[in-house]
Design a protein around this ligand. Structure first.
Ligand SMILES: NC(=O)c1ccc[n+]([C@@H]2O[C@H](COP(=O)([O-])OP(=O)(O)OC[C@H]3O[C@@H](n4cnc5c(N)ncnc54)[C@H](OP(=O)(O)O)[C@@H]3O)[C@@H](O)[C@H]2O)c1
Length: 264
């Protein structure tokens, strides 16, 4: 990576996004970190700058706000930043019976997981195309290929991220921008992830990863130009096995396994 270029990471104040920030800083990348306006982003900047010799800029922003992504893009133009890597990590979900969750929540999830990601790619692609090699990482989930009952909207948005990323990658394959999609299994990051892991008891331990593991394998795969990354051997085998299963059988099994979410 060139020293004067920047990596943008969304959702960088905690969880997987924060772990990506540390992985990237350890590789000497300058960072532009984005998350909701609160004190955590400042704290991450302090931690990074005390551990690594890189420049860390922060841009507190609600990515779902009208004009939000545009203001981030304008900030980069004003500062004349070269962008070599875009990590679209920010995302949210909700579990429970479809009809029990407020429509407002679903619209928020779709705005963040899909609309904001498309806006980010659309605004920043011209800047990425100015570099000789550049990268887009979009954060999906294992659920993109294993549609989860009781998380129908979240699963749908992650399937969108997956399909969008593979299609965009093909469109861009003759140019300098490499697109990668990451599909982690469960990661203990936020209270919702903790509740879901608890509900599954010991079974969840086999497919659980830490934020650091996801960020490490995500960044390695991204720099190698991989199309799809499923962190963790057990998860890779699971995804392959489930692809071979007839859809009705697979969905029936998934409904039984994830029925515990129906009361969340
Ligand atoms: N955790 C899992 O089990 C898991 C599994 C597979 C895939 N994923 C995906 O991995 C990504 C990261 O998940 P995570 O568990 O690390 O998330 P997390 O711990 O909940 O952190 C979410 C991050 O996104 C930021 N954010 C939330 N809403 C935002 C908005 N409207 N505008 C800007 N930033 C916003 C948060 O900022 P604040 O700190 O300021 O709130 C925070 O930095 C998501 O896309 C998620 O779907 C997670």
């Amino acid at each position: 990576m060139k020293q004067h270029t920047f990596t943008i990471i969304t959702g960088a104040s905690m969880g997987i996004g924060k772990a990506f920030s540390f992985e990237c800083a350890a590789k000497g990348m300058n960072l532009l970190l984005v998350a909701l306006p609160d004190a955590q982003l400042e704290e991450v900047k302090r931690e990074l700058e005390s551990s690594f010799s890189v420049t860390v800029l922060i841009f507190p922003l609600d990515l779902t706000q009208n004009g939000g992504v545009e203001s981030l893009y304008q900030f980069c133009l004003d500062k004349k930043l070269s962008i070599q890597m875009l990590i679209n990590n920010a995302g949210m979900g909700a579990g429970g019976r479809f009809e029990n969750i407020a429509l407002e929540k679903y619209l928020q999830i779709m705005d963040l997981n899909n609309k904001a990601m498309v806006l980010m790619c659309h605004y920043f692609l011209p800047l990425l195309q100015k570099e000789s090699h550049s990268y887009i990482l979009n954060m999906s989930s294992m659920e993109a290929t294993l549609p989860l009952p009781y998380k129908a909207v979240y699963t749908g948005t992650k399937n969108f991220v997956y399909a969008f990323s593979l299609a965009l990658r093909e469109e861009l394959k003759k140019g300098p921008v490499s697109v990668t999609v990451v599909c982690p299994g469960p990661v203990l990051t936020n209270p919702d992830a903790l509740r879901r892991a608890d509900a599954h008891g010991n079974r969840a331990k086999w497919i659980m990863a830490s934020s650091e593991q996801v960020a490490k394998s995500g960044l390695e795969g991204l720099l190698q130009g991989k199309a799809v990354i499923v962190p963790g051997r057990v998860n890779q085998v699971l995804v392959r096995m489930m692809k071979l299963m007839p859809t009705s059988l697979k969905m029936n099994l998934l409904e039984r396994l994830f029925r515990v979410y129906s009361t969340h």
